[in-house]
Design a protein around this ligand. Sequence first.
Ligand code: PMP
Length: 402
Amino acid sequence: MWRNDFPLIRNRQEVYLDSAATTQKPEAVIRTVTDLYESCNANVHRSPHRLGRGMTELYEGARSRLSAFFGAGDDHCLIFTRGATESVNLVASSALPLLFSRDPKRREVVVTAAEHHSNFVPWQQQCRRLGGTLKVVPVDAEGMPDMKAFSAALSGRTALVAFAHLTNVFGRVFPAEEMAKLSHRSGAAVLVDGAQAAGHLPVSLEELGCDFYCASGHKMYGPNGIGLLFGKRELLETMEPWQFGGEMVDRVYEDCTLFAEIPAKFEAGTPDYIQAAGLAAAADYLDHLGGMEAVAKRERALTARLAEGLRERKGILLPASPEASCGIVSFLADGLHPFDAAALLDAQGIETRCGFHCAQPLMRSLGLSEGTVRISLGLYNTEEDLDRLFAALDRIMGRGRS
Ligand code: PMP
Protein backbone atom coordinates (compact mmCIF):
# COMPACT_ATOMS: atom_id res chain seq x y z
CA MET A 1 0.00 0.00 0.00
CA TRP A 2 2.52 2.67 1.13
CA ARG A 3 5.06 1.04 -1.19
CA ASN A 4 3.60 2.81 -4.21
CA ASP A 5 4.38 6.21 -2.72
CA PHE A 6 8.12 5.55 -3.21
CA PRO A 7 9.39 5.85 -6.81
CA LEU A 8 12.69 4.06 -6.17
CA ILE A 9 10.96 1.15 -4.43
CA ARG A 10 8.10 0.71 -6.87
CA ASN A 11 10.39 0.89 -9.90
CA ARG A 12 12.80 -1.83 -8.76
CA GLN A 13 12.65 -5.58 -8.34
CA GLU A 14 15.13 -5.73 -5.45
CA VAL A 15 14.00 -5.88 -1.82
CA TYR A 16 15.38 -2.94 0.16
CA LEU A 17 15.98 -3.96 3.79
CA ASP A 18 18.48 -1.27 4.76
CA SER A 19 16.31 1.60 5.98
CA ALA A 20 18.36 2.06 9.17
CA ALA A 21 21.22 3.19 6.91
CA THR A 22 18.93 5.53 5.01
CA THR A 23 15.26 5.53 4.13
CA GLN A 24 13.93 5.96 0.63
CA LYS A 25 11.97 9.13 -0.14
CA PRO A 26 8.27 9.35 -0.92
CA GLU A 27 7.14 11.18 -4.03
CA ALA A 28 5.70 13.97 -1.85
CA VAL A 29 9.18 14.80 -0.51
CA ILE A 30 10.93 14.52 -3.88
CA ARG A 31 8.26 16.72 -5.48
CA THR A 32 8.48 19.34 -2.73
CA VAL A 33 12.25 19.64 -3.10
CA THR A 34 12.12 19.77 -6.92
CA ASP A 35 9.23 22.26 -6.94
CA LEU A 36 11.02 24.56 -4.52
CA TYR A 37 14.16 24.62 -6.66
CA GLU A 38 12.02 25.29 -9.72
CA SER A 39 9.85 28.03 -8.27
CA CYS A 40 10.99 29.39 -4.91
CA ASN A 41 14.76 29.19 -4.49
CA ALA A 42 16.30 32.22 -2.76
CA ASN A 43 18.56 32.54 0.26
CA VAL A 44 16.83 32.94 3.63
CA HIS A 45 17.00 35.77 6.19
CA ARG A 46 18.99 37.95 3.79
CA SER A 47 17.23 39.11 0.66
CA PRO A 48 14.36 41.61 0.96
CA HIS A 49 12.69 40.63 -2.36
CA ARG A 50 9.50 38.59 -2.65
CA LEU A 51 11.37 35.35 -3.44
CA GLY A 52 13.67 35.76 -0.44
CA ARG A 53 10.78 36.60 1.89
CA GLY A 54 8.79 33.63 0.62
CA MET A 55 11.62 31.15 1.15
CA THR A 56 12.33 32.55 4.62
CA GLU A 57 8.68 31.99 5.50
CA LEU A 58 8.86 28.40 4.25
CA TYR A 59 12.09 27.75 6.17
CA GLU A 60 10.72 29.10 9.45
CA GLY A 61 7.43 27.31 8.75
CA ALA A 62 9.41 24.05 8.49
CA ARG A 63 10.96 24.77 11.89
CA SER A 64 7.49 25.16 13.46
CA ARG A 65 6.12 22.13 11.62
CA LEU A 66 8.95 19.87 12.78
CA SER A 67 8.78 21.18 16.35
CA ALA A 68 5.12 20.18 16.42
CA PHE A 69 5.89 16.78 14.82
CA PHE A 70 8.39 16.01 17.61
CA GLY A 71 6.09 17.32 20.34
CA ALA A 72 8.62 19.93 21.39
CA GLY A 73 7.61 22.03 24.37
CA ASP A 74 7.76 25.81 24.60
CA ASP A 75 11.23 25.72 26.10
CA HIS A 76 12.66 23.63 23.24
CA CYS A 77 14.31 25.31 20.31
CA LEU A 78 15.09 23.65 16.98
CA ILE A 79 18.45 24.15 15.24
CA PHE A 80 18.84 22.79 11.71
CA THR A 81 22.05 20.80 11.21
CA ARG A 82 23.41 18.44 8.54
CA GLY A 83 22.35 15.33 10.45
CA ALA A 84 22.35 13.59 13.82
CA THR A 85 26.16 13.37 13.74
CA GLU A 86 26.50 17.13 13.42
CA SER A 87 23.87 17.65 16.13
CA VAL A 88 25.83 15.53 18.63
CA ASN A 89 29.08 17.26 17.67
CA LEU A 90 27.47 20.67 18.19
CA VAL A 91 26.46 19.73 21.74
CA ALA A 92 29.82 18.07 22.48
CA SER A 93 31.72 21.13 21.19
CA SER A 94 29.54 23.81 22.66
CA ALA A 95 27.56 22.50 25.65
CA LEU A 96 30.19 20.29 27.26
CA PRO A 97 32.69 23.13 27.96
CA LEU A 98 29.80 25.14 29.41
CA LEU A 99 28.67 22.28 31.67
CA PHE A 100 32.25 21.57 32.79
CA SER A 101 32.81 25.24 33.63
CA ARG A 102 29.46 25.67 35.41
CA ASP A 103 30.38 23.06 37.99
CA PRO A 104 34.06 22.09 38.03
CA LYS A 105 33.23 18.95 40.07
CA ARG A 106 31.16 17.62 37.17
CA ARG A 107 33.64 16.34 34.59
CA GLU A 108 32.13 13.01 33.58
CA VAL A 109 30.08 12.03 30.55
CA VAL A 110 28.02 8.82 30.72
CA VAL A 111 27.07 6.86 27.59
CA THR A 112 26.00 3.24 27.03
CA ALA A 113 28.00 0.54 25.24
CA ALA A 114 25.24 0.33 22.61
CA GLU A 115 25.80 3.79 21.14
CA HIS A 116 26.42 4.47 17.47
CA HIS A 117 29.93 5.93 16.98
CA SER A 118 28.25 9.29 16.31
CA ASN A 119 27.06 9.36 19.91
CA PHE A 120 30.27 7.93 21.35
CA VAL A 121 33.37 9.29 19.64
CA PRO A 122 32.42 13.02 19.99
CA TRP A 123 32.14 12.55 23.79
CA GLN A 124 35.33 10.50 23.99
CA GLN A 125 37.28 13.10 22.03
CA GLN A 126 35.86 16.12 23.87
CA CYS A 127 36.60 14.44 27.22
CA ARG A 128 40.19 13.94 26.07
CA ARG A 129 40.47 17.59 25.02
CA LEU A 130 38.78 19.11 28.05
CA GLY A 131 40.16 16.75 30.69
CA GLY A 132 36.92 14.88 31.38
CA THR A 133 36.16 11.18 31.81
CA LEU A 134 33.90 9.05 29.62
CA LYS A 135 32.00 6.36 31.51
CA VAL A 136 30.50 3.53 29.47
CA VAL A 137 27.50 1.70 30.93
CA PRO A 138 27.44 -1.99 29.89
CA VAL A 139 24.52 -3.55 28.05
CA ASP A 140 23.06 -7.02 28.60
CA ALA A 141 22.93 -9.84 26.04
CA GLU A 142 19.73 -8.32 24.63
CA GLY A 143 21.45 -5.00 23.95
CA MET A 144 19.58 -3.19 26.74
CA PRO A 145 21.39 -0.98 29.25
CA ASP A 146 22.17 -2.52 32.63
CA MET A 147 20.00 -0.15 34.67
CA LYS A 148 21.80 -0.92 37.95
CA ALA A 149 25.11 0.00 36.36
CA PHE A 150 23.45 3.05 34.79
CA SER A 151 22.21 4.34 38.15
CA ALA A 152 25.58 3.57 39.74
CA ALA A 153 27.40 5.55 37.03
CA LEU A 154 25.44 8.72 37.87
CA SER A 155 26.76 10.99 40.59
CA GLY A 156 27.55 14.58 41.51
CA ARG A 157 30.45 14.23 39.04
CA THR A 158 28.21 13.62 36.00
CA ALA A 159 27.95 16.58 33.63
CA LEU A 160 26.03 14.95 30.77
CA VAL A 161 24.40 11.64 29.90
CA ALA A 162 23.97 10.61 26.24
CA PHE A 163 22.09 7.57 24.98
CA ALA A 164 20.08 6.31 22.02
CA HIS A 165 16.31 6.37 21.92
CA LEU A 166 16.27 3.39 19.52
CA THR A 167 19.49 1.45 18.91
CA ASN A 168 20.75 0.78 15.40
CA VAL A 169 22.00 -2.83 15.72
CA PHE A 170 19.23 -4.64 17.61
CA GLY A 171 16.43 -2.06 17.38
CA ARG A 172 16.04 -1.71 21.12
CA VAL A 173 13.86 1.06 22.55
CA PHE A 174 15.69 2.37 25.58
CA PRO A 175 13.66 3.49 28.62
CA ALA A 176 14.54 7.04 27.68
CA GLU A 177 12.09 8.78 30.01
CA GLU A 178 13.31 6.84 33.02
CA MET A 179 16.97 7.31 32.04
CA ALA A 180 16.41 11.05 31.60
CA LYS A 181 14.70 11.29 35.01
CA LEU A 182 17.51 9.41 36.77
CA SER A 183 20.13 11.56 35.02
CA HIS A 184 18.35 14.79 35.93
CA ARG A 185 18.04 13.64 39.53
CA SER A 186 21.83 13.47 39.64
CA GLY A 187 21.99 16.99 38.22
CA ALA A 188 23.29 16.00 34.76
CA ALA A 189 22.11 17.27 31.36
CA VAL A 190 20.65 14.67 28.97
CA LEU A 191 21.11 14.16 25.23
CA VAL A 192 18.96 11.58 23.45
CA ASP A 193 20.13 10.32 20.06
CA GLY A 194 16.90 9.92 18.12
CA ALA A 195 18.51 9.16 14.73
CA GLN A 196 16.74 5.80 14.46
CA ALA A 197 13.70 6.57 16.60
CA ALA A 198 12.52 9.41 14.37
CA GLY A 199 11.67 7.03 11.50
CA HIS A 200 10.19 4.23 13.61
CA LEU A 201 8.50 5.63 16.73
CA PRO A 202 6.23 8.46 17.80
CA VAL A 203 8.40 10.97 19.67
CA SER A 204 7.19 13.47 22.25
CA LEU A 205 10.01 15.63 23.49
CA GLU A 206 7.81 17.13 26.16
CA GLU A 207 7.24 13.66 27.61
CA LEU A 208 10.86 12.56 27.23
CA GLY A 209 12.03 15.64 29.11
CA CYS A 210 15.58 15.56 27.72
CA ASP A 211 17.76 18.66 27.28
CA PHE A 212 18.90 17.76 23.74
CA TYR A 213 17.38 15.53 21.06
CA CYS A 214 19.08 14.73 17.73
CA ALA A 215 17.66 13.35 14.48
CA SER A 216 18.54 12.95 10.79
CA GLY A 217 16.18 13.81 7.93
CA HIS A 218 17.38 10.96 5.75
CA LYS A 219 16.36 8.32 8.30
CA MET A 220 12.78 9.57 8.54
CA TYR A 221 11.85 9.60 4.83
CA GLY A 222 13.11 13.15 4.40
CA PRO A 223 15.97 14.56 2.32
CA ASN A 224 19.66 13.86 2.94
CA GLY A 225 21.96 16.48 4.43
CA ILE A 226 19.46 17.93 6.88
CA GLY A 227 19.26 17.14 10.57
CA LEU A 228 17.72 18.40 13.76
CA LEU A 229 18.94 19.43 17.15
CA PHE A 230 16.33 20.27 19.73
CA GLY A 231 17.78 21.99 22.77
CA LYS A 232 16.41 23.52 25.93
CA ARG A 233 16.31 27.26 25.47
CA GLU A 234 18.24 28.08 28.64
CA LEU A 235 21.19 25.89 27.59
CA LEU A 236 21.24 27.00 23.95
CA GLU A 237 21.12 30.65 24.99
CA THR A 238 24.14 30.19 27.26
CA MET A 239 26.23 27.96 24.97
CA GLU A 240 28.93 29.55 22.81
CA PRO A 241 28.49 29.22 19.04
CA TRP A 242 30.65 26.51 17.53
CA GLN A 243 30.86 27.75 13.93
CA PHE A 244 31.21 31.33 12.82
CA GLY A 245 30.10 33.18 9.69
CA GLY A 246 27.21 34.93 8.03
CA GLU A 247 23.82 35.44 9.65
CA MET A 248 24.87 34.12 13.08
CA VAL A 249 26.00 37.59 14.13
CA ASP A 250 24.35 40.75 15.37
CA ARG A 251 27.27 43.25 15.28
CA VAL A 252 30.79 42.64 14.02
CA TYR A 253 33.61 45.00 15.04
CA GLU A 254 37.32 44.74 14.31
CA ASP A 255 38.05 43.32 17.73
CA CYS A 256 34.85 41.52 18.76
CA THR A 257 31.50 40.18 17.61
CA LEU A 258 28.07 40.17 19.19
CA PHE A 259 26.18 37.05 18.20
CA ALA A 260 22.60 36.68 17.01
CA GLU A 261 19.91 35.08 19.15
CA ILE A 262 19.10 31.37 18.88
CA PRO A 263 18.47 29.59 16.55
CA ALA A 264 20.50 31.83 14.19
CA LYS A 265 23.51 31.73 16.57
CA PHE A 266 23.94 28.03 15.69
CA GLU A 267 23.19 28.24 11.97
CA ALA A 268 26.29 29.90 10.49
CA GLY A 269 26.33 30.32 6.72
CA THR A 270 23.56 29.42 4.29
CA PRO A 271 21.40 26.69 5.79
CA ASP A 272 19.91 23.96 3.63
CA TYR A 273 16.51 25.64 3.67
CA ILE A 274 15.14 23.58 0.75
CA GLN A 275 15.95 20.30 2.49
CA ALA A 276 14.43 21.70 5.70
CA ALA A 277 11.18 22.33 3.79
CA GLY A 278 11.53 18.83 2.29
CA LEU A 279 11.81 17.40 5.80
CA ALA A 280 8.65 19.25 6.83
CA ALA A 281 6.99 17.60 3.79
CA ALA A 282 8.16 14.22 5.15
CA ALA A 283 6.46 15.05 8.48
CA ASP A 284 3.27 15.93 6.56
CA TYR A 285 3.52 12.66 4.63
CA LEU A 286 3.95 10.60 7.82
CA ASP A 287 0.99 12.36 9.44
CA HIS A 288 -1.06 11.72 6.31
CA LEU A 289 -0.41 7.96 6.79
CA GLY A 290 -1.87 8.18 10.28
CA GLY A 291 1.25 9.42 12.06
CA MET A 292 4.12 7.53 13.65
CA GLU A 293 1.65 5.42 15.68
CA ALA A 294 0.38 3.89 12.44
CA VAL A 295 3.91 3.46 11.06
CA ALA A 296 5.07 1.80 14.29
CA LYS A 297 2.03 -0.50 14.38
CA ARG A 298 2.66 -1.74 10.85
CA GLU A 299 6.36 -2.20 11.61
CA ARG A 300 5.60 -4.19 14.76
CA ALA A 301 3.46 -6.61 12.72
CA LEU A 302 6.18 -6.99 10.06
CA THR A 303 8.88 -7.42 12.72
CA ALA A 304 6.87 -10.21 14.35
CA ARG A 305 6.67 -12.00 11.02
CA LEU A 306 10.37 -11.42 10.39
CA ALA A 307 11.23 -12.80 13.84
CA GLU A 308 9.10 -15.89 13.29
CA GLY A 309 10.62 -16.58 9.86
CA LEU A 310 14.19 -16.19 11.13
CA ARG A 311 13.55 -18.40 14.17
CA GLU A 312 12.16 -21.18 11.96
CA ARG A 313 15.35 -21.36 9.93
CA LYS A 314 18.08 -23.71 11.03
CA GLY A 315 21.51 -22.10 10.96
CA ILE A 316 20.20 -18.56 11.48
CA LEU A 317 21.70 -17.37 14.74
CA LEU A 318 20.06 -14.52 16.60
CA PRO A 319 22.39 -12.78 19.08
CA ALA A 320 19.41 -10.88 20.59
CA SER A 321 15.68 -11.66 20.43
CA PRO A 322 14.18 -10.19 17.26
CA GLU A 323 10.73 -10.18 18.90
CA ALA A 324 11.83 -7.31 21.15
CA SER A 325 13.06 -5.28 18.21
CA CYS A 326 11.54 -2.27 16.58
CA GLY A 327 12.10 -2.85 12.87
CA ILE A 328 15.87 -3.52 13.11
CA VAL A 329 17.13 -7.12 13.43
CA SER A 330 20.69 -8.49 13.40
CA PHE A 331 21.56 -12.11 12.66
CA LEU A 332 24.36 -14.47 11.73
CA ALA A 333 24.21 -17.24 9.16
CA ASP A 334 26.03 -20.27 10.56
CA GLY A 335 29.20 -21.03 8.61
CA LEU A 336 29.13 -17.76 6.66
CA HIS A 337 30.99 -14.55 7.39
CA PRO A 338 28.42 -11.69 7.62
CA PHE A 339 30.04 -10.07 4.55
CA ASP A 340 29.58 -13.27 2.54
CA ALA A 341 26.02 -13.76 3.75
CA ALA A 342 25.12 -10.18 2.77
CA ALA A 343 26.85 -10.57 -0.62
CA LEU A 344 24.97 -13.81 -1.32
CA LEU A 345 21.69 -12.16 -0.35
CA ASP A 346 22.53 -9.19 -2.54
CA ALA A 347 23.14 -11.53 -5.48
CA GLN A 348 19.52 -12.59 -5.04
CA GLY A 349 18.21 -9.04 -4.88
CA ILE A 350 17.96 -8.79 -1.10
CA GLU A 351 19.64 -5.61 0.18
CA THR A 352 20.86 -5.79 3.79
CA ARG A 353 23.82 -4.32 5.62
CA CYS A 354 26.70 -6.19 7.26
CA GLY A 355 29.61 -5.39 9.55
CA PHE A 356 29.82 -3.48 12.82
CA HIS A 357 27.11 -0.92 12.00
CA CYS A 358 29.21 1.91 13.51
CA ALA A 359 28.88 0.28 16.93
CA GLN A 360 32.25 -1.35 17.62
CA PRO A 361 32.04 -1.05 21.44
CA LEU A 362 28.73 -2.95 21.37
CA MET A 363 30.03 -5.66 19.06
CA ARG A 364 33.14 -6.10 21.19
CA SER A 365 31.16 -6.30 24.42
CA LEU A 366 28.87 -9.00 22.96
CA GLY A 367 31.75 -10.94 21.40
CA LEU A 368 30.46 -10.41 17.86
CA SER A 369 33.96 -10.23 16.40
CA GLU A 370 32.86 -10.40 12.76
CA GLY A 371 29.81 -8.17 13.12
CA THR A 372 26.33 -9.17 11.98
CA VAL A 373 24.00 -9.00 9.01
CA ARG A 374 21.33 -6.38 9.67
CA ILE A 375 17.81 -6.24 8.29
CA SER A 376 16.03 -2.94 8.81
CA LEU A 377 12.47 -2.31 7.75
CA GLY A 378 10.85 0.75 6.27
CA LEU A 379 7.22 1.62 5.82
CA TYR A 380 7.37 0.45 2.17
CA ASN A 381 8.33 -3.13 3.10
CA THR A 382 5.71 -5.84 2.69
CA GLU A 383 5.04 -9.44 3.70
CA GLU A 384 6.14 -10.45 0.19
CA ASP A 385 9.52 -8.80 0.80
CA LEU A 386 9.97 -11.00 3.86
CA ASP A 387 8.92 -14.12 1.95
CA ARG A 388 11.56 -13.30 -0.65
CA LEU A 389 14.14 -12.80 2.10
CA PHE A 390 13.27 -16.18 3.64
CA ALA A 391 13.48 -17.96 0.27
CA ALA A 392 16.87 -16.35 -0.39
CA LEU A 393 18.12 -17.36 3.09
CA ASP A 394 17.05 -20.95 2.44
CA ARG A 395 18.99 -20.94 -0.81
CA ILE A 396 22.19 -19.44 0.61
CA MET A 397 22.12 -21.83 3.56
CA GLY A 398 21.83 -24.65 1.03
CA ARG A 399 18.90 -26.16 2.84
CA GLY A 400 15.26 -25.72 3.67
CA ARG A 401 13.68 -25.04 7.03
CA SER A 402 14.49 -27.12 10.09
N1 PMP B 1 22.87 7.55 15.82
C1 PMP B 1 22.32 6.41 15.40
C2 PMP B 1 21.65 5.50 16.40
C3 PMP B 1 22.38 6.06 14.04
O1 PMP B 1 21.85 4.91 13.62
C4 PMP B 1 23.01 6.95 13.14
C5 PMP B 1 23.11 6.64 11.65
N2 PMP B 1 23.38 5.33 11.34
C6 PMP B 1 23.54 8.14 13.64
C7 PMP B 1 23.46 8.41 14.98
C8 PMP B 1 24.22 9.13 12.73
O2 PMP B 1 23.32 9.66 11.83
P1 PMP B 1 23.82 10.49 10.55
O3 PMP B 1 24.87 9.65 9.89
O4 PMP B 1 22.60 10.63 9.75
O5 PMP B 1 24.35 11.75 11.03
